[in-house]
Design a protein around this ligand. Structure first.
Ligand code: SF4
Length: 450
């Protein structure tokens, strides 16, 4: 086969990074080779994100540049896939006239045919297609896809559709295979990862792992509960970390806390998106829990797993958010004592309930102010937590070298710079003694390799 090249430009979250690895798997199965230079590529793939308007604008903003490239390279095929596919095709064709193929990621198995090739695999569920992984020590692995929750601000139920859970045997076998290949960190991904496996899941039918009648929910054929799945993966022999994201606070069970506590491989780190610290705002956001529920949950987690590190997601300037309601979010941040947070300024997304029913009435300046204010609140709890780590020994996975310095993540997901007189290798675990801290990162000396 002639020397054909492809390039993928990925926007957005870990799910998209993982999807891009599956796209690579498909492209390489039909003989394409990856390139970083889009001018020399024969196929250019935009794997898009819709969470914010800015992410979409970055794709639309390529129009002029790509027109010029296409004039020079007449055979170039441009593919658009990912979350922006929730728009109707006419809209996309007008805004992104440079695209040749619009591809619903769930139909990834059809990509070879769309490019005029015969697929060397049979049609199958796209999550089961083999990924060509970027890293040889960190793997992103979707266990479910889509979401049934319809949080008022969120585009995911529209862009990724309803929740689908992969058969558990397929997941366990993939993890076994990764561990055998030496992978050290495996991320289990799902838009609502802890509703994995539940049949007819919706915010109205299941709450904290029980049905409205207080019974165990029905589990889909070939699946398990999320906790059972974690236990099976934890039992795999090997030295590796399991991480998962994102769990929904309303689906977080006591059994899940116990599973993390007792496990040997699940990291003592939980990302627990709160979004807002005010009951009225949470209700408007359709989050189906209260501040009290969330705070109690954090309290329970910290009591059972004292060395846990907790991060969150929050939106500032949600439609109608008063100053008092924002102050309540700050209060919750202080009480929960977060280690990290991804704070975003509210941006209404098309089709979502909040865009249709409410106004985006908080000014840009006010959103910016609240963003800075909440970041400062977070800095205080993050710093206080990190102070407790000074002179302690933590386990870290080194993942990067930059300008002669080595960086990684601790078990609690904190960024760390490590030093050693010995040679440091990327993709290995080290025990590190913490020497310096600030709110956002740590520094330490390697004391042993393991
Ligand atoms: S749980 Fe809510 S925020 Fe998360 S993906 Fe589903 S709809 Fe979006």
């Amino acid at each position: 086969m002639e020397d054909k090249k492809y390039k993928i430009i990925t926007f957005g979250c870990q799910s998209n990074l993982s999807d891009s690895e599956r796209i690579s798997g498909v492209m390489e199965s039909i003989g394409f080779e990856k390139t970083d230079d889009y001018k020399s590529s024969d196929v250019l793939i935009f794997n898009t994100c819709s969470v914010k308007q800015a992410a979409e604008d970055r794709v639309f903003g390529q129009a002029r540049n790509l027109k010029e490239i296409k004039e020079k390279n007449k055979n170039l095929k441009i593919i658009l896939t990912g979350c922006m596919m929730h728009h109707n095709q006419k809209y996309l064709e007008t805004k992104a006239p440079f695209v040749d193929i619009f591809l619903d990621i769930r139909k990834l198995a059809e990509l070879p045919k769309k490019l005029g090739y015969e697929a060397p695999f049979s049609p199958q569920e796209y999550l089961s297609l083999e990924a060509k992984r970027e890293s040889n020590f960190r793997a992103f692995m979707p266990i479910s896809y889509g979401c049934n929750n319809f949080c008022a601000y969120c585009i995911v139920p529209f862009s990724r559709g309803r929740e689908y859970s992969r058969p558990y045997k397929e997941i366990v076998n993939e993890v076994k295979d990764l561990v055998k290949k030496g992978y050290k960190e495996i991320w289990l991904l799902g838009q609502n990862v802890n509703s994995y496996g539940i049949e007819n899941y919706s915010e109205k039918t299941v709450w904290a792992g029980k049905t409205r009648k207080g019974e165990k929910p029905k589990i889909k054929k070939g699946c398990l509960t999320f906790e059972e799945l974690l236990k099976k993966i934890d039992a795999i022999k090997g030295d590796f970390w399991i991480r998962f994201t994102s769990p929904h606070p309303k689906d977080f069970t006591d059994e899940l806390i116990d599973t993390i506590k007792k496990s040997k491989n699940i990291t003592k780190y939980i990302h627990l998106p709160v979004q807002a610290g005010d009951d009225e705002v949470l209700k408007k956001m359709n989050r189906f829990y209260t501040v009290k529920h969330y705070e109690k949950l954090v309290e329970k987690i910290r009591k059972k797993i004292p060395d846990i590190s907790i991060s969150t997601d929050a939106i500032v300037g949600f439609s109608g958010e008063t100053k008092k309601q924002f102050e309540n979010t700050k209060k919750l941040f202080r009480k929960a004592g977060f280690d990290m947070a991804f704070i975003s300024k509210y941006s209404p997304r098309p089709q979502t309930a909040s865009q249709l029913a409410f106004k985006d009435d908080i000014s840009k300046e006010e959103k910016e102010k609240r963003f800075r204010d909440l970041t400062n609140t977070l800095a205080k709890t993050a710093l206080a937590n990190n102070k407790k780590l000074k002179n302690k020994i933590v386990r870290a996975l080194v993942d990067e070298e930059s300008q002669g310095k080595f960086f990684g993540r601790t078990e609690g997901m904190k960024p760390i710079e490590v030093e050693s007189k010995e040679k440091i290798e990327i993709g290995r675990f080290y025990d590190v003694k913490i020497t310096n801290i600030n709110a956002w990162s740590l520094k330490g000396k390697i004391i042993s390799q393991n």
